[in-house]
Ligand binder design. Structure first.
Ligand code: EPU
Length: 429
């Protein structure tokens, strides 16, 4: 298993190009199941999770073509043509779903198009129990019969297909909103989703569905109104830039006292995080190509509570904690989305951070310096928070279990090295 070795203490300078968002790309790829025509997706990131979903879609009978030129002559990134001319299998097996929970996003499209779907229950993961009850309740409201048997969800649509329904989610769920949004595009009649997630990734999916012929009102709001269609058609669509990748590199500039331009970064998708950074003493400026982050490395402590969009994202909480670990003063970081998303805390403490956790709140007392140590983490964002900590720690830190980073950050060691970090990937010996 590869490791990453980092010698801390270098301020990062330069520019970094933000890639397509993992969490937008995954639902967009699942949307190909809704039509027998080709969905051409551009600006896809090169990430392990994308490969996992390509594998799953292949099992459903989707043919996948690589294409050199981006749709609309636009972005660089990877371009894939996905064509579900005929769905040959409606089972999403445990072997794939356990590797990546987002596999559950095939449930809504398969059920809407084929009238039946059998999808492994994803089970818990490193950040929480993460049930899918909201997805299933909503599909039941649309007339589906759901049975849980042998670790699988067996879903069956009524004879004439899924029926439009008025659905009020009891709490905000990105995945449930996406799954039901996709299902509703092929349902009979109108579906209204109340308390829908407003994440930019949800809106990206909705815009792509509209390009495929779906009728959706209220995109970007918490009420989505979808009028079902008999069929959708192919489309060309570019995945939006990754706000979490942009936020992570912005934090890298902030914590090292550097200056980085986030090319393709969309500051409007990071309002809450950029506001907090400004309060911490970091300068953010829009540029023609994205935005610039500048810091002298002296950060002030700020309290943060994670919230659904447009609040501070849970996917930046671990990284922000690495910043607060070396800030002036004390910061309270409250995690409201996932019940177990403090797995980075003991590892940061092994590097000298002073953190006390009570329930879903971490009290982070800034220390003058962190110190190198061998560390590892059990999820993607926790792993990258250790990379940020290592960038400012004294000495040489080894971050183990790099495969977590490869799920969400494309060639992170090369890109940080290009910004001046002393970092290398080493194979296991
Ligand atoms: N929840 C339920 N029941 C459900 C669905 C969700 O109780 O049926 C709970 C979850 O357990 C969690 C909360 O609701 O406590 C929010 O979960 P949500 O469904 O919004 O999360 P998700 O769709 O599973 C996506 C991202 C996550 C990101 C969350 C929150 C993808 C592929 N994943 O997950 O990304 O943290 O939204 O913004 O889009 C990551 O990229 O590192 C990552 C974990």
């Amino acid at each position: 298993m590869d490791k990453i070795r980092i010698r801390g203490g270098k301020a990062l300078h330069g520019e970094v190009e933000i890639h397509g968002a993992k969490n937008a790309a995954l639902p967009l790829m699942a949307a190909c199941l809704l039509t027998d025509q080709t969905l051409m997706l551009g600006n896809l990131p090169h990430l392990a999770d994308i490969t996992t979903l390509v594998h799953l879609l292949g099992q459903h009978g989707v043919t996948i073509s690589m294409n050199g030129g981006a749709p609309n002559g636009g972005h660089r990134g990877r371009v894939l043509g996905l064509r579900a001319a005929r769905i040959t299998r409606t089972i999403a097996p445990y072997d794939i779903v356990r590797k990546m929970r987002a596999s559950v996003l095939v449930l809504g499209p398969l059920l809407a198009r084929e009238g039946t779907a059998t999808v492994s229950l994803p089970g818990g993961c490193a950040i929480g129990t993460r049930p899918i009850d909201l997805h299933l309740l909503a599909l039941e409201r649309m007339g589906a019969k759901i049975e849980l048997k042998g670790g699988y969800v067996h879903a069956l649509a009524p004879k004439g297909g899924l029926e439009g329904a008025e659905i009020r989610f009891s709490s905000v769920s990105v995945g449930a909103t996406e799954n039901i949004l996709m299902a509703a595009t092929l349902a009979k009649g109108e579906t209204v989703l109340h308390n829908a997630a407003r994440e930019p990734e949800v809106s990206d999916l909705a815009h792509c569905l509209v390009a495929m012929g779906a009728e959706i009102e209220g995109i970007g709001s918490d009420t989505l109104r979808i009028r079902g269609r008999d069929r959708l058609h192919g489309a060309e669509y570019n995945v939006l830039p990754d706000r979490i990748e942009a936020g992570t590199y912005a934090f890298a500039a902030a914590v090292t006292g550097g200056r980085i331009e986030l090319v393709n970064g969309r500051p409007e998708h990071l309002d809450a995080a950029l506001e907090v950074m400004t309060q911490a003493g970091v300068t953010i400026e829009p540029t023609a190509r994205g935005f610039m982050v500048k810091s002298n490395g002296r950060l002030r402590s700020v309290d943060v509570t994670t919230q659904p969009y447009p609040g501070f994202p849970t996917d930046l909480q671990a990284q922000f904690m690495a910043l607060m670990a070396v800030a002036d003063g004390a910061s309270m970081i409250t995690e409201t989305i996932f019940e177990n998303r403090f797995m980075h805390v003991p590892e940061l403490m092994r590097m000298g951070a002073d953190i006390t956790v009570r329930g879903n709140t971490a009290l982070v007392r800034g220390v003058p310096a962190l110190h190198a140590a061998p560390v590892m983490a059990t999820d993607l964002r926790a792993s990258v928070s250790l990379v940020l900590a290592a960038l400012v720690a004294d000495g040489e830190t080894t971050v183990n279990r790099v495969y977590h980073l490869d799920r969400g950050y494309e060639r992170i060691e090369e890109r940080l090295a290009a910004l001046g970090a002393e970092i290398e990937r080493v194979g296991d010996t």
